[in-house]
Design a protein around this ligand. Sequence first.
Ligand code: S3P
Length: 448
Amino acid sequence: MTSFIVSPATKPLIGIANVPGDKSVGHRSLLFGAIASGETVIRGLSGGQDNQRTRSAMAAMGVEIEELPTGQLSVQGVGLRGLKQAAQAIDCGNSGTTMRLLCGLLCAQSFDSTMVGDHSLTGRPMRRVTDPLAKMGARIEGASGKREGEYYPPLSIRGLGDGRLSGIRYEQPVASAQVKSALLIAGLFAEGVTEVVEPGRSRNHTELMLAHMGAPLTVDGRVIRVDPTGWDGKLAGGKVSVPGDPSSAAFLIAAGLVAGVERLSVPEVCVNRTRTGFLDALGEMGARVELECRSDASGDAVADLVVSRGAAEQLVGSVIAGELTLRALDELPILAIVAARASGTTDFRDAKELRVKESDRISTTCEMLRNLGVGVEEREDGFTVQGLAGKPFKACEIEAHGDHRIAMSGVIAGLAADGDVKVNDVDNVATSFPTFVKTLSALGAQIR
Ligand code: S3P
């Protein structure tokens, strides 16, 4: 198991730092490109392992995917009904999005499939997606595990033969883009209308991309509707430009805020409103992050994120709750590190979903903060952080528990500690941000 040792920053960070392509957009570009008609050319796909799992899964089902000399990826779409049975179980590795989105696709096929995952994914609950799909007629079974009656990977999916799924209206008890996406994908294959009603707006990349490719999908407030009646069953392949991943950019921006910064710019980051909760949360904490050079990438808003000297002079505690929590869900561990540098307390609420991410992120974030010498109170659906008001973190050892976002948060904290911080079990940083250490080092950080 690999560890990183981070030394406290001795000078302000400076430079331009690129992040990998957005992971959520990447999964969808591969999956929808595979079932489109004609070629899809993807620019900017992340080399992170999670997206590569989706790529391998589609290739295993007979989709030709080739890297072009330009570095772009060419996906030869096989059409909605052109996938072939994979010769082996599909290995989703650490990627919950791969497994949950594929549930929606594979349950609509005529052939059987099996999906497996790594240790972390094998501990993640799947009935949230298999139950509503079962209402559409899907036949998916999971293994037993930690919680009685829950389904865990491996998942076995029985093909429908000549049968078809039927559309349903599904009111989501908890907002989840993965579950929503699985149902919308299944809805493309179903008879009748599929409607998903969201309790809050989760990331909407599936809706944007499917509608762009000509799927019979409409959005009316919190209701997303797929109605394939009369549709020719063709998604149009084309060009997809994957913007920079805001969830990766959040670590670099936070690095500038906690370690001191001269000027740090992260170009071409996705600033789709469903993804920018961390920027709003930082704003409420008094941090100044500028958005420059705004543009557009395949329907998603894009901007350069910039932090400059003085951006974190007056960090104050805040309350992160409700819709803001949903829009910043993946960024809560790194926001907790920023909150720990502020004066006053920050209350993270409505974050129960963090308990079932790549680790139990409420527990692993609180453990990390305690090791760093930060006062923290843990609750079932969140935690409260006692800010150190700019005092350095305590040099310590942090267990990432195989969770990429805990590992990267620990490294950033190390930049603002009173001695070296060692972060253990960091290999999974490669699932989302393989160039993380190199990128941070180029800004002036010392990591070995
Ligand atoms: C994702 C949705 C979110 C997020 C995950 C990626 C997606 O999960 O945490 O990292 O790409 O759809 P939930 O749908 O479980 O909230």
